[in-house]
Write a protein of this length. Structure first.
Length: 340
C-alpha cells in the first residue's frame, strides 16, 4: 500500500514526543504525494487519549497498543507490537525518530523484515531513479538524505527493492506543524493478548532514575553560538553572560566542542542538534555547510566575525565585522542601557 507509517514515541508524562509529531508532519506530506494514508503506531500504558494529539497532524489511522507491559519502553515488547502492525498493514514507508528508542527499535524491525534502513536522515523526498547498471526505473521512491563521512558530503540513499522503505530521522530537522486542527482519523486497538508473554520475560526493569536535562538548546528561542574563532573556553564565558542577559541559551560549532570550549550537548549542526530559534547570534563562526545545516532556518541571524567574507555572513540578516571579545561586551552594555 502507498501508506506512510510513523512509530510514535511517548514522553514520561504519556504525551507524543516532539520528534514523532515532526515525523507526522512530514509523513502527511509524503502520504499526500503518494496518494496514500498516514498511519501511526503508539504503544504504552494508559494511552487511550493520546490519539487526539495525533489527528491534527493529519494522521488517518492510529494503531494503539495499551498494556502495562509496554511502559516504560523495552525493546522486545515494542518490537512485537510494531512488527504485528507492519505485517498486517504493509506500508510503503516507515519512519522512526533517530533517538535512543528509534535507533534501538528500527534496526531490529528492518532485520526481521529484510528491508533497508537509512539512519540519521536530515531530509526525505519522493523522486524517481534509474539504475545505471540495469536500466531499471523506479518511480516515486523515497530519497533518504543524510550526512556521511563525518558530515563532509550529503548522501542520497534509496532502498527500492525490499519494502517497506525505512528511515530514522534526526530530531529538529523537520517542522512540527498542525495539518488541520479539526482533522479526525480512526483508532484501531492492537490486540496484544498472547503476544507479549515471552517478550516480557527478556528484560526486567528493577529501578528507574529520571534526571531532567540540564541543557536544552533545541527549544530555545534565542541562541548565542560560538565557533572556534571565540578562541578559548574562558572566552566562551562572555557568550554565557550574553545569553543569560537576553534570556537565551549557548550553542557551539563542532570545532569549538572538539577544542574543549563547550559541552558536546550544545553542538549545533549536522553532527549535533538542529535548531530554529527566533534569534541566532553567531560569534566567531566561519559557517561551514555542516553547521549551517543545523541553524540556517533561524528567523533572524546575526553574525559577529572578523572576516567579512565568512560563509556565515551570506545567510545572516545582520553582520557585525569585529572581534567577538570587543563586540559582545558592547552588545551587553547596549542591552543593559536600553533596559534602564
Amino acid at each position: 500500500m502507498n501508506n506512510v507509517l510513523v512509530y510514535c514515541e511517548l514522553t514520561e508524562n504519556n504525551h507524543i514526543a516532539d520528534i514523532s509529531l515532526e515525523l507526522c508532519t512530514k509523513g502527511r506530506q509524503l502520504a499526500t504525494e503518494m496518494n496514500g494514508r498516514l498511519q501511526a503506531v503508539v504503544a504504552g500504558s494508559n494511552v487511550k487519549e493520546v490519539a487526539a494529539e495525533l489527528y491534527p497532524y493529519g494522521v488517518d489511522e492510529v494503531f494503539m497498543a495499551d498494556d502495562a507491559r509496554l511502559s516504560p519502553y523495552r525493546t522486545l515488547p515494542h518490537f512485537e507490537v510494531v512488527l504485528k502492525v507492519l505485517n498486517e498493514q504493509k506500508p510503503d514507508v516507515v519512519l522512526f525518530g533517530a533517538t535512543t528508542v528509534g535507533r534501538d527499535l528500527a534496526p531490529r524491525i528492518s532485520s526481521r523484515l529484510q528491508c533497508g534502513l537509512t539512519a540519521d536522515c536530515t531530509a526525505l523526498e519522493l523522486g524517481d531513479h534509474t539504475d545505471t547498471l540495469t536500466g531499471k526505473e523506479y518511480k516515486g521512491i523515497l530519497h533518504q538524505i543524510r550526512p556521511a563521512f563525518g558530515g563532509n558530503i550529503i548522501a542520497t540513499i534509496i532502498t527500492p527493492e525490499n519494502k517497506p522503505q525505512m528511515a530514522t530521522v534526526r530530531e529538529g530537522v523537520m517542522r512540527k506543524e498542525i495539518f488541520d486542527a479539526n482533522y479526525k482519523g480512526t483508532l484501531s486497538m492492537v490486540d496484544v493478548a498472547g503476544m507479549l508473554e515471552e517478550a516480557d520475560k527478556a528484560v526486567t526493569i528493577i529501578r528507574r532514575e529520571i534526571v531532567e536535562k540540564s541543557i536544552n538548546i533545541k527549544g530555545a528561542s534565542i541562541i548565542v553560538a560560538g565557533g572556534y574563532g571565540v578562541g578559548s573556553k574562558e572566552n566562551f564565558k562572555m557568550l554565557h553572560d550574553l545569553a543569560h542577559l537576553i534570556g537565551g541559551e549557548v550553542g557551539a560549532t563542532r570545532a569549538a566542542v572538539d577544542a574543549g570550549f563547550c559541552e558536546p550537548e550544545r553542538q549545533i549542526g549536522q553532527t549535533g542538534v538542529t535548531v530554529r530559534p527566533r534569534l541566532y547570534i553567531a560569534c566567531g563562526i566561519s559557517g561551514a555547510v555542516q553547521h549551517r545545516a543545523g541553524m540556517e532556518q533561524s528567523s533572524k541571524i546575526i553574525s559577529i566575525n572578523t572576516d567579512p567574507n565568512a560563509p556565515i555572513n551570506a545567510i545572516a540578516d545582520y553582520t557585525i565585522i569585529g572581534d567577538v571579545a570587543t563586540v559582545v561586551p558592547m552588545l551587553m552594555d547596549c542591552y543593559s542601557n536600553n533596559l534602564k
